[in-house]
Design a protein around this ligand. Structure first.
Ligand SMILES: O=C(O)CCC(=O)C(=O)O
Ligand SMILES: [Fe+2]
Length: 211
């Protein structure tokens, strides 16, 4: 099995520690400015070419588009053409997955991810990410792609923590990581188009130890 660069693992250990202790961590992704610029460009081009679809809430038969609850537009990365930036992003997420599995024994075994764009006026009301009917999402990850974000642009991620709310600015390169089953969060209304890649590490469906 190929080893990941020691530097990446070293950088991610504090993220694993913080996640274990508090259920959330905010860090820098470690992706180069070129990769971040390409990912931002891809997300905005998909939006401009109407290749993003309004995101739904609920599962299975109950899926509904409710823009007042959730106003982002998405496209799964699996439905996008491969590119060097996508590979770099997925490699960085694989490093994170490996570090979390090694240090916290979370049994993460797959990663699902989509681009998301919140146009002005869009947000996502308070929720947790794990579905009741399909409890596989274990760790949520959001990579922000807004190179020109400024205070006043809105679209902060608000984590509702025991000590009170914590807002994360959606600046390019910032990575928010949190437990999918327990951290209540919301996206505050965006005032400018807000681009991101959102993903979930899932545990395997048939792990007998977790039944
Ligand atoms: O983009 C964010 O900051 C969070 C998005 C989110 O909560 C979700 O897609 O479930
Ligand atoms: Fe969420």
């Amino acid at each position: 099995m190929p080893e990941f660069p020691a530097a990446a693992v070293e950088r991610l250990l504090p993220v694993a520690d913080q996640l274990a202790e508090h259920g959330w961590a905010v860090t820098q992704s470690g992706l180069s400015p070129q990769v971040l610029a390409e990912l931002e460009h891809n997300c905005r081009s998909l939006w401009n070419s109407e290749a993003l679809r309004p995101a739904a809430v609920g599962r299975f038969g109950e899926r509904q588009v409710l823009p007042e609850v959730r106003g982002d537009h998405i496209r799964w990365l699996d439905d996008c053409p491969p590119s060097p930036a996508h590979s770099a992003y997925l490699q960085a997420m694989a490093e994170l997955q490996r570090t979390l599995n090694r240090t916290l024994l979370l049994g993460l075994d797959s990663y699902e991810t989509h681009y998301a764009l919140y146009p002005p006026g869009a947000g996502y009301r308070r929720h947790v990410d794990r579905f009741k009917e399909s409890p596989l999402r274990t760790v949520s990850v959001v990579l922000y792609l807004n190179s020109r974000w400024q205070p006043g642009d809105g679209g902060e991620l608000r984590l509702h923590l025991p000590d009170g709310p914590l807002d994360v600015e959606p600046r390019a390169g910032t990575l928010a990581v949190f437990m999918s089953d327990s951290i209540v969060h919301e996206v505050l209304l965006a005032r400018r188009d807000r681009a991101s890649l959102v993903g979930w590490f899932r545990r395997r469906p048939d792990n007998p130890l977790l039944r």
